[in-house]
Design a protein. Structure first.
Length: 403
């Protein structure tokens, strides 16, 4: 293609000026910056004054180079973004490692704390052993009895317990004490409870206990059995009838905790009765009842005693007193007050002094933590000062066989 200004260049006098004008026209037509010498040098004219085609094509490269120049900031942005992502990744990794290390450190501290903290088993082991009660020895190993209770429910065998509904209250005590062959099954549990911690048994009740061994000698109850009797029955030389039967029973039921009262301890029980009543047991033809042994043993091992079914000493003197059977599990048995009065007045043969013993128990209740329920009663308070020949007298409590 011929430029419109080609003839001008031919007829001009100055070829150099014409060339410059031609270059300016080309630069304006192409839109490229031709202000620099490098741009002008890239434009070549042929001998007719026309621009060489390859020069125009080369000059177009300047316009096409702009996108390459724009890629440089983009590369910088991508690089910065990658650096930020790398920093964020490093931060997350560091933070995760720090969290794991902190959690491991906390777990270590918790384990160390748990190791230092005493376990339940160690606490049980660390508890002091119950005190030794002297005068009660195991039938097999001859070891002394160790037992202590903060609260005890001493359950008598009285018919006053029937219909009282005290069973749950009795079972809430730490230790439940029963006597002889008094049952807890056969529907009596609602009134007398079901638990047994200690059972005090007379030598004369041994055969009845053996007949009810499936109920009374249940080893799973973990109960302690204390037998009392004359020293001739408790001899260990093979001639003691009760002792021999107890050893045989303990061999058949090795888990049974069977203890007997030593003859020295039996003498202490007799001496205590004499100090409290002024009566010699032998001279007065008196046999201490199982209730006497049970109450005295309870004072040795219990801080508080709740007695269920024991009447006040003067209950049977009341003209309108309630008639109940002597044993709650023998509804057709003898009347309780009739039994008490006949034994209290008996002079020939051996008798229990039930009413005399209850007077002693009422006296102890003024000094020790003893309470009576079903029927509920409390001993009348003594006068603040009792005078004897003008001198003030304060009743002195008798310690119940503390050794």
């Amino acid at each position: 293609m011929k430029c419109a200004w080609a003839p001008v260049w031919r007829h001009s006098g100055s070829g150099r000026q014409a060339r410059r004008r031609l270059q300016g026209a080309v630069c304006g037509a192409t839109g490229s910056g031709c202000g620099t010498s490098s741009t002008r040098s890239r434009l070549r004219l042929d001998h007719d004054g026309r621009v060489e085609p390859d020069a125009l094509s080369r000059s177009g490269k300047t316009k096409r180079a702009r996108p390459a120049e724009m890629k440089t900031p983009m590369r910088h942005g991508v690089t910065v973004l990658l650096v930020l992502l790398l920093c964020a990744s490093l931060f997350l990794v560091y933070n995760g490692s720090f969290s794991i290390a902190s959690r491991d450190a906390n777990d270590t501290r918790v384990r160390q704390h748990e190791q230092r903290r005493p376990t339940e088993a160690s606490v049980r082991v660390a508890k002091p052993h119950p005190p030794v009660l002297q005068g009660y020895s195991g039938i097999i190993d001859h070891k002394p009895l160790r037992m202590h209770c903060q609260t005890c429910a001493l359950v008598t065998s009285s018919g006053h317990l029937v219909g009282g509904g005290r069973g749950e209250e009795i079972d809430r005590a730490e230790c439940v004490i029963r006597m002889n062959d008094a049952p807890t099954a056969r529907g009596y549990g609602r009134d007398v409870g079901r638990r047994t911690s200690l059972r005090v048994i007379a030598h004369s009740s041994m055969q009845r206990v053996l007949r009810s061994r499936h109920e009374l000698l249940n080893a799973s109850q973990d109960a302690v059995f204390v037998f009392w009797g004359p020293s001739s029955y408790m001899r260990r030389d093979g001639k003691g009838l009760v002792y021999n039967n107890l050893r045989l029973m303990n061999q058949v039921l090795p888990k049974l905790k069977v203890y007997i009262i030593s003859w020295q301890k039996m003498l202490q029980f007799d001496e205590l009765f004499k100090k409290e009543t002024g009566k010699d047991r032998r001279i007065s033809n008196s046999w201490l009842s199982t209730g006497w042994f049970t109450m005295t043993i309870a004072l040795e091992l219990c801080d508080r005693i709740n007695v269920y079914g024991m009447v006040a000493p003067d209950f049977c003197r009341e003209p309108q007193h309630h008639s109940v059977p002597y044993h709650y599990y023998e509804p057709r048995g003898p009347d309780e007050c009739a039994m008490y009065i006949s034994h209290e007045r008996g002079r020939r043969g051996s008798h229990h002094r039930f009413i005399t013993e209850k007077r002693v128990f009422a006296k102890w209740a003024r000094t020790f933590d003893i309470h009576f329920y079903q029927p509920d009663w409390s001993p009348p308070p003594l006068p603040a000062n009792r005078t004897l020949k003008g001198a003030a007298v304060t009743p002195a409590p008798v310690a119940p066989l503390k050794t």
